[in-house]
Design a protein around this ligand. Structure first.
Ligand SMILES: Cc1ncc(COP(=O)(O)O)c(C=O)c1O
Length: 443
């Protein structure tokens, strides 16, 4: 075991200050240092390139964890994308007139998704989902939504975590607190379980007549069963319910476009964000004309949905993804990681499931002390110069880095295996508090 203490540098010190000024310290739960290594995580970066990130003390790390929370499949600071952005900046990012790239990107998105006919834009994923749900409600004149998966912070989604009485609030999806969401929205969003045809059938039978939309991620931790997508598509079509597929995390990772294309699923609306703009703010809602036109019957409008940087970045990212075949490269990296993890589980005796599709893999460790072991792994990887966690978002920039990453992981899992056998308290090997749990996903 490496007893060297982690030095707390300027990055963590700045985070302590941030917590006095910014509730929660940062704007995204998944970037809170407490999710990794409380009090010790190098919370801020000065610069990044490829899969490397430098903290405020000039220490360089290899990001083998969330990789910009899934945004940077071409690596940080991709030159072609950045050059397109710099050009947009020099040409002016916001004027009284609109950016012509809106039309170019619409045409590109519709070429990639021949079932869709119209496009709207936002700049973040959660708001794009809120737009999609608003359009579905406006189009059908109905209020209820059925969903599985995670879709952001907006009221339509978090209201599903309201219970009949305040004490029960938050129990359905632990970690997504609904405080502040109007109780009048109780029972307006109904969760169902991904891949569970019977659960879907029961709930749509019960609520279907008031239903505007069924919302789901195309794929997340598990591949879709063939009969699941068929049942969802058939029932929604039969009942005039709009099928919205959330591609914010799955899209543009394993193929160019939505993951639904890989499964021959034709939704009515699909929503994109994250990977297709390589780290710049951008999101898109695409859909069939008969539904999308309802956007004009409701007020859906925001100034920065018109700015130029997101558009320029997205056009450049998609073109580069096509040119370098990023899906094949990302899948190859992810498969290398998954194969390595399986061997590590076998060689160290630390029993875990390999979850997810190769582009986003996660270790499913079921152990009562999982958070302490996870923290130990993150702590020891940080000492070795890695920003790691028990998930791996693969990118083109990871090519060549996987063997060393796996070697370090195997060594640390070897120690974890010994700890597990020894009955020792893993918390006693931590140099700070253990990491916080994330939120549950109804997938
Ligand atoms: C599937 C899915 N939908 C929606 C969102 C919300 O996107 P954002 O954080 O950009 O609001 C996310 C973000 O993680 C996501 O993974």
């Amino acid at each position: 075991m490496n007893k060297t203490p982690i030095e707390v540098g300027n990055s963590q010190a700045l985070y302590q200050r941030a917590k006095q000024l910014i509730p929660g310290g940062t704007q995204l739960l998944s970037k809170r240092p407490e999710m990794f290594l409380p009090d010790l995580w190098p919370a801020y970066y000065s610069e990044a390139k490829g899969c490397k990130v430098t903290d405020l003390d000039g220490k360089e790390y290899i990001d083998v964890g969330l990789m910009g929370v899934g945004t940077n499949l071409l690596g940080f600071c991709d030159e072609d994308v950045d050059n397109a952005v710099i050009k947009a900046v020099r040409q002016g990012t916001n004027t009284t007139l609109n950016s012509p790239e809106e039309v170019e990107l619409a045409e590109l998105m519709l070429d990639l998704h021949p079932w869709a006919e119209m496009v709207r834009y936002t700049r973040t994923g959660g708001e794009a989902m809120a737009v999609a749900v608003r359009i579905a409600r406006a189009s059908t004149g109905k209020d209820k939504v059925m969903f599985c998966g995670y879709h952001g912070w907006h009221d339509w989604y978090i209201s599903s975590n309201l219970a009949d009485d305040k004490l029960g609030d938050g129990h359905l999806i632990p970690g997504l607190e609904p405080n502040g969401v109007p109780r009048a929205l109780l029972n307006s969003s109904i969760p169902f379980t991904y891949n569970d045809v019977q659960d879907f059938a029961d709930k749509i039978e019960k609520h279907g007549k008031d239903m505007a939309a069924v919302v789901m991620e195309s794929v997340r931790n598990f591949e879709p069963n063939a009969d699941f997508f068929a049942a969802v598509r058939a029932e929604t079509t039969k009942r005039g319910i709009i099928l919205i597929v959330d591609e914010i995390t799955a899209g543009f990772r394993m193929n160019i476009g939505g993951a639904h294309l890989r499964y021959n699923l034709e939704p009515d609306i699909a929503v994109f964000g994250k990977a297709f703009s390589n780290g710049y703010p951008m999101a898109a809602i695409i859909g069939k004309k008969q539904f999308m036109e309802a956007a004009q019957t409701s007020f859906i409008s925001s100034l920065f949905w018109t700015e130029r940087i997101g558009l320029a970045a997205t056009l450049a990212t998609i073109k580069k993804m096509q040119k370098v075949d990023s899906p094949a490269r990302v899948i190859a990296v992810g498969e290398e990681v998954q194969a390595g993890w399986k061997k590590i589980s076998a060689s160290t005796g630390v029993d875990f499931k390999v979850l997810g599709f190769p582009a986003i893999s996660a270790m499913g460790i079921s152990h009562p002390k999982v958070l302490a072991y996870k923290t130990y792994y993150i702590q020891e990887m940080l000492k070795r110069g890695y920003l790691a966690t028990i998930a791996f978002y693969a990118s083109c920039a990871h090519e060549g880095y996987v063997p060393d990453y796996l070697r370090h992981t195997e060594e640390i899992f070897g120690e974890i295996g010994e700890l597990m056998k020894s009955d020792a308290d893993p918390a006693s090997f931590l140099q700070g508090p253990q990491c916080h749990a994330g939120f549950a996903r109804l997938t």
